[in-house]
Design a protein around this ligand. Structure first.
Ligand code: NAD
Length: 291
C-alpha cells in the first residue's frame, strides 16, 4: 500500500487518515465542497483539527504533511493514484451508491475499495456495480476513535478477491496495528449487532425511567465495561446524528421478529438535539458539554 484515499473527512474518515499517515503512508482525504471559495475547506479543516487534538495531537507534524486535502468534485479522479480507497461518508445507502457509481468510472482496477459502514450489508452496497468492482470491494469497519480502538472488522463478500482482502488485512494489521476480526455479512456484523442493541436499550431505559445522563453513565459505564465514557458519552463520541441512520439501516435488514425491532426508536429528544446541531463532540456538544 503506497498511497491511500479516504473519502469523508468526518469523525471516522479523518481519524483513519491520521492513522495511515502516522504509519508513514500518504493519504488523499476527500470531502464535499461546502464553500465554493475554498473547495478543500472541509477536508483541510479536519486535518487542522487532528493536528491540534488534545490531549495529544492525533498526527505528528511529519505525518500531517502526508495528508493532502481535496474535494470529491475536482479530485475523485485522483483515486487512480491510490492502492486502497476507504469510503467513510454518512451511513445512507443512496449516497454510498451514488459515490460508488462515480468511483467505478475513475478507479484503477485492482485498487481495493472498502466501506466503513456500521450496518449496511456488503451485498446491498455493491448492488448495481460490475463484477470487477465487486472483486475489489470489502467492508473495513474501524471503530471510534480509530486511534485507540484496535479492533477492525473485515467483511468480505463471496465475490471479493481473497488476495486483495489479505493485502488489506495484512496492511491494517502490520502498518496500522489493528486486530483484524473477520465477520460475516450479517446485519450490524459482530460488534454493532450487539452494541447498537445495548445503546438503544440504555437510551430508552434512561429516558423512560427519567434517569439523568450522569446516573445512567455511572451505571452503564465502568460496571458494564465502558469506563471512560459511559453510554451517553459514547453516543456523543459516535455522533448523535448517526443514531437514526444506524436504527433505520438495522431495522430494514433484520428480520421482523428480531428483538431489536421492538426497541428501535428515534426518541424525540434525540431528533431535537440533531435538528439544533447538538450532534455530540463533533457538533455543539451532546449529552455532555464540550469546551
Ligand atoms: P460523519 O458525519 O462524522 O462524517 C461523514 C463525512 O462524509 C462528512 O464530513 C460529510 O461531509 C462527508 N460526505 C458526505 N457525503 C459525501 C460524499 N458524497 N463525498 C464525500 N464526502 C461526503 O460520519 P462518521 O461518523 O465519520 O461515519 C462515517 C461512516 O463510518 C458511516 O458509514 C458510519 O456508519 C461509519 N462508522 C461510524 C462510527 C462512529 O462512531 N461515528 C464508527 C464506525 C463506523
Amino acid at each position: 500500500m503506497k498511497k491511500l484515499c479516504v473519502i469523508g473527512a468526518g469523525t471516522m474518515g479523518a481519524g483513519i487518515a491520521a492513522q495511515a499517515a502516522n504509519a508513514g503512508v500518504p493519504v488523499l482525504l476527500l470531502d464535499i465542497v461546502r464553500d465554493p471559495a475554498d473547495r478543500n475547506a472541509v477536508a483541510a479543516g479536519a486535518i487542522e483539527r487532528l493536528k491540534k487534538a488534545e490531549p495529544a495531537a492525533f498526527m505528528s507534524k511529519a505525518a500531517a504533511k502526508l495528508v493532502e486535502a481535496g474535494n470529491i468534485e475536482d479530485d475523485l479522479g485522483r483515486v487512480a493514484e491510490c492502492d486502497w480507497v476507504i469510503e467513510a461518508i454518512v451511513e445512507k445507502i443512496e449516497l454510498k451508491h451514488a459515490l460508488y457509481e462515480k468511483l467505478e468510472a475513475v478507479r484503477k482496477p485492482g485498487t481495493a475499495i472498502s466501506s466503513n459502514t456500521s450496518t449496511i450489508p456488503l451485498d446491498r452496497l455493491i448492488e448495481g456495480r460490475s463484477e470487477a468492482f465487486a472483486r475489489d470491494f470489502l467492508i473495513t469497519h474501524f471503530f471510534n476513535p480509530p486511534r485507540y480502538m484496535r479492533l477492525l472488522e473485515i467483511v468480505a463478500g463471496p465475490k471479493s478477491d481473497p488476495e486483495l482482502v489479505a493485502r488489506v488485512s495484512d496492511f491494517a494489521d502490520r502498518a496500522m496495528g489493528k486486530s483484524v476480526v473477520r465477520a460475516k455479512d450479517t446485519p450490524g456484523f459482530l460488534a454493532n449487532r450487539v452494541g447498537t442493541y445495548w445503546l438503544q436499550a440504555a437510551i430508552n431505559a434512561a429516558f423512560d425511567l427519567g434517569v439523568s445522563v450522569e446516573d445512567a453513565d455511572a451505571i452503564g459505564g465502568k460496571p458494564m465495561g465502558v469506563p471512560k465514557t459511559g453510554i451517553f458519552g459514547l453516543v456523543d463520541l459516535v455522533g448523535i446524528d448517526l443514531m437514526p441512520y444506524l436504527k433505520a439501516s438495522l431495522t430494514s435488514t433484520l428480520p421482523a421478529d428480531d428483538p431489536y425491532q421492538a426497541i428501535a426508536h428515534d426518541h424525540p429528544l434525540i431528533l431535537k438535539m440533531i435538528a439544533d446541531g447538538y450532534t455530540g463532540r463533533k457538533g455543539k456538544g451532546g449529552f455532555y458539554r464540550i469546551n
